[in-house]
Design a protein around this ligand. Structure first.
Ligand code: HEC
Ligand code: HEC
Length: 311
C-alpha cells in the first residue's frame, strides 16, 4: 500500500515538468458530427459573396492553419484590402481571446466576424441562410445535428466546434515536458535562452502566448499603422497603441510571415525584431540558431480530425 502511494506521488510529480510552458492536452472533447459539419462549412467558398473565398483560403490547414501571404490582401472579396497577417487557427481554442486585438471573446464570437467582413467573405445572415437552406447536404446535416433548418448561428457553432478539434498535441517539446524524451544540446540551449533573455515573460502557458496583451516596441518603438486594429482601436487609450494579443508560438516554424502586419518574412527576422523592440537586445547568430532549434521542437502532430475526415 505504502509503495503504491509513493509510486503515485512519484508519478504525479514527474508526469509534467514544472515549467512556465504547459503541454497541449492529448485529448480535447469535441462533438465529431458537429465538427465534421464545421469542416465542410470551413472549406466552402460559396459562403463568400464572390463564391471564391473560404476560411481555408486565409487559414490553410496545410500551412500551419495560417496564411503564407504577408497580409490576406489578395484574398479579400472583390480584391478589397486586408491589413493584417492571418494568425493560425491551430490551437486557437486555448487562446484567451481571439483576433490580434482580442475583440472577440471566443471562437463562436470570432467565426461570425469573417463571414460578415467585407474584406474577408462579405456575406450577411440572410444570404448565408438562403444558401444553406438551398443545399441538400447542409439541410440534412443541420437537421441531424441541430434538429432544425440551417441557421447562420448554428453554422458558426459548427465551425467553432471544428476549430476546437484543431489542436496539435505531442510536439517534441511537450514530450520533453512530459519527461518522455530529451532535448538535444542545441534545443536545450535555445529553451534556456528563451527563459533567460525574458521571452518567457510574455510567451508562456499552453499556447506559449495567447494569454495576454502586450506591446510591440516595449523598449524601442515599432512603427504604428493607423489602419491595423490594435488595442487602441478598442480602448482609445494612447498606451494601447501597438498593443496586441501575444501570439502563440506553437507550430511557429509553419506560419511565416510573422507579426500583426506580416512584416517579418522569416523566423530570423522575427527573432531579431522581437529581441530588439521588446527586450532591447541584439542576438548573435548562434543565439538565433539555438532559439530556432527550440522553435522546431514546437511543431505538433497535425490535428487528428483531419486524418479522420479524409477517411
Ligand atoms: C480574407 C482572409 C480571411 C478569411 C476568409 C478568414 N480569415 Fe480568419 N483571420 C484573417 C485575418 C487577417 C485575421 C486577423 C485579423 C485581426 O486580428 O484583426 C483572422 C483572424 C482569425 C482568428 C483569430 C485567431 C487568433 O489567434 O486570434 C480565427 C480563429 C479565424 N480568423 C478563423 C476564421 C474562420 C473560422 C473563417 C471562416 C468563417 C475565417 N477566419 C476567414 C483572415 C481571414
Ligand atoms: C513584452 C512582451 C514580449 C516579449 C518580452 C517577447 N515577445 Fe514575442 N511577441 C510579443 C507580441 C506582443 C508579439 C506580437 C507582435 C506583433 O504582431 O506586432 C510577439 C510576436 C512574436 C513572434 C511572432 C509570432 C507570430 O506568429 O507572428 C515571435 C516569433 C516571437 N514573438 C518570439 C519572441 C522571442 C524569441 C522573444 C525573446 C527574444 C520574445 N518574443 C519576447 C510579445 C513579447
Amino acid at each position: 500500500m505504502k509503495e503504491i502511494l509513493i509510486l503515485l506521488i512519484f508519478f504525479t510529480t514527474i508526469s509534467v515538468a514544472n515549467e512556465p510552458i504547459k503541454p497541449i492536452p492529448l485529448h480535447v472533447d469535441y462533438n465529431y458530427q458537429k465538427a465534421k459539419l464545421g469542416y465542410f462549412l470551413y472549406m466552402d467558398p460559396r459562403l463568400s459573396s464572390t463564391g471564391k473565398i473560404s476560411c481555408a483560403t486565409c487559414h490553410d490547414l496545410d500551412k500551419g492553419g495560417a496564411d503564407p501571404r504577408k497580409t490576406s490582401v489578395s484574398a479579400g472579396v472583390n480584391g478589397k484590402k486586408g491589413s493584417s497577417n492571418a494568425p493560425t487557427v491551430f490551437n486557437s481554442y486555448f487562446g484567451f481571446r481571439q483576433f490580434w486585438n482580442g475583440r472577440a471573446k471566443d471562437l463562436q464570437a470570432q467565426a461570425s466576424g469573417p463571414m460578415h467582413n467585407p474584406v474577408e467573405m462579405g456575406m450577411n445572415n440572410q444570404k448565408i441562410q438562403k444558401y444553406l437552406r438551398g443545399n441538400k447536404f447542409y439541410t440534412k446535416e443541420f437537421d441531424l445535428i441541430y434538429h432544425k433548418k440551417p441557421m447562420p448561428k448554428d453554422a458558426i457553432d459548427a465551425i467553432a466546434e471544428f476549430e476546437k478539434a484543431l489542436f496539435t498535441p505531442n510536439c517534441k517539446f511537450d514530450r520533453y515536458l512530459r519527461k518522455q524524451t530529451k532535448l538535444s544540446t542545441k534545443e536545450a540551449k535555445g529553451y534556456k535562452l528563451f527563459k533567460t533573455l525574458g521571452c518567457i515573460t510574455c510567451h508562456n502557458g499552453v499556447n506559449i502566448g495567447d494569454n495576454s496583451f502586450q506591446k510591440i516596441g516595449v523598449i524601442y518603438p515599432y512603427k504604428w499603422e493607423k489602419n491595423i486594429p490594435d488595442r487602441y482601436a478598442l480602448t482609445h487609450n494612447p498606451n494601447d497603441k501597438n498593443v496586441f494579443k501575444v501570439p502563440t508560438l506553437r507550430n511557429i516554424m509553419l506560419s511565416a510571415p510573422y507579426f500583426h502586419d506580416g512584416s517579418a518574412k522569416n523566423i530570423k527576422d522575427a527573432l531579431n525584431q522581437m529581441a530588439y523592440h521588446n527586450l532591447g537586445l541584439i542576438l548573435t547568430d548562434s543565439e538565433i540558431d539555438e532559439l530556432t532549434a527550440f522553435f522546431k521542437t514546437l511543431t505538433g502532430k497535425k490535428p487528428t480530425i483531419l486524418k479522420r475526415l479524409s477517411k
